[in-house]
Write a protein that binds this ligand. Structure first.
Ligand SMILES: *[C@@H]1O[C@H](CO)[C@@H](O)[C@H](O)[C@H]1NC(C)=O
Ligand SMILES: *[C@@H]1O[C@H](CO)[C@@H](O)[C@H](O)[C@H]1NC(C)=O
Ligand SMILES: *[C@@H]1O[C@H](CO)[C@@H](O)[C@H](O)[C@H]1NC(C)=O
Length: 210
């Protein structure tokens, strides 16, 4: 194996170290109108996956100045409804520029004006996430995006995204666990699936490099 090949293999492994952050859309009960956590630190290449809880929420990108209005060309999950437990659909976005805070809100009813907003890489001083929540609660306008659901990210359905065959059974047991588990438990069950699939992909890549 040439040095360049080894280097290329490491480069692939390096990019695979990007972290996937989990954000819970909807609180511990259906009346908790929150994103949990409502701010995360992400680095370039990291992904943020939104997991939807009861009853019917969305995530749309906005701006600090207008918390409850869509940003031009911002991301938009569309509405994801679930009567109980975590929804099968998730929405994933990629962080390309960690120096720019990303602001978002739920477009359902008065959720945004109830403080259901969040951020990625909000600064600790100045335009903080707390100020963003306060601004959302004071917003007089709430507009959902007019773009199609899934814009600016990947809308996934864990029942259909998993490859068929051996990966199928861990998928269904993970979904079962997700439906009854707490936010953290459900998220990690889903993440394990993702990691298993990804490890498989890396293995295949390593094989091709030989
Ligand atoms: C982000 O990182 C900073 C600096 O390490 C830390 O002070 C802050 O608590 C972190 N914020 C979150 C939401 O994890
Ligand atoms: C979810 O909310 C949206 C917007 O209010 C609505 O159009 C949609 O019908 C709702 N879905 C369900 C399943 O209630
Ligand atoms: C997700 O997949 C399941 C199983 O195929 C299906 O019943 C459900 O309607 C799908 N949801 C969406 C939004 O496509």
């Amino acid at each position: 194996m040439h040095f360049s090949t080894i280097f290329a293999a490491f480069a692939v492994v390096g990019s695979a170290l990007a972290v996937d952050h989990t954000v819970r859309v909807g609180g511990q009960t259906a009346t908790d109108l929150v994103f949990e956590p409502n701010n995360i630190n992400a680095t370039k290449g990291d992904t943020v996956t939104f997991h939807f809880w009861p009853k019917n929420h969305s995530v749309a990108q906005s701006t600090f100045a207008k918390p409850c209005e869509p940003m031009d060309s911002g991301f938009w999950s569309g509405y994801v409804a679930t009567a109980s437990g975590v929804a099968m659909e998730t929405f994933m976005i990629t962080v390309n520029d960690p120096t720019k805070p990303i602001w978002f809100y739920c477009t359902q009813g008065k959720h945004c004006q109830s403080g259901m907003v969040g951020a990625i890489n909000a600064p600790a001083t100045g335009n903080t996430v707390d100020k963003f929540v306060t601004a959302a609660k004071a917003a007089t306008v709430m507009t959902p995006p007019s773009s199609v659901a899934g814009t600016g990210g990947m809308l996934m359905n864990s029942t259909t995204m998993m490859p068929s065959g051996s990966a199928g059974s861990p998928s269904s047991s993970a979904s079962g666990a997700a439906a009854s588990a707490t936010g953290t438990g459900a998220a990690s069950a889903l993440e394990i699936n993702k990691n298993v699939a990804f490890t498989g992909l890396l293995g295949m890549f390593a094989y091709l490099m030989m």
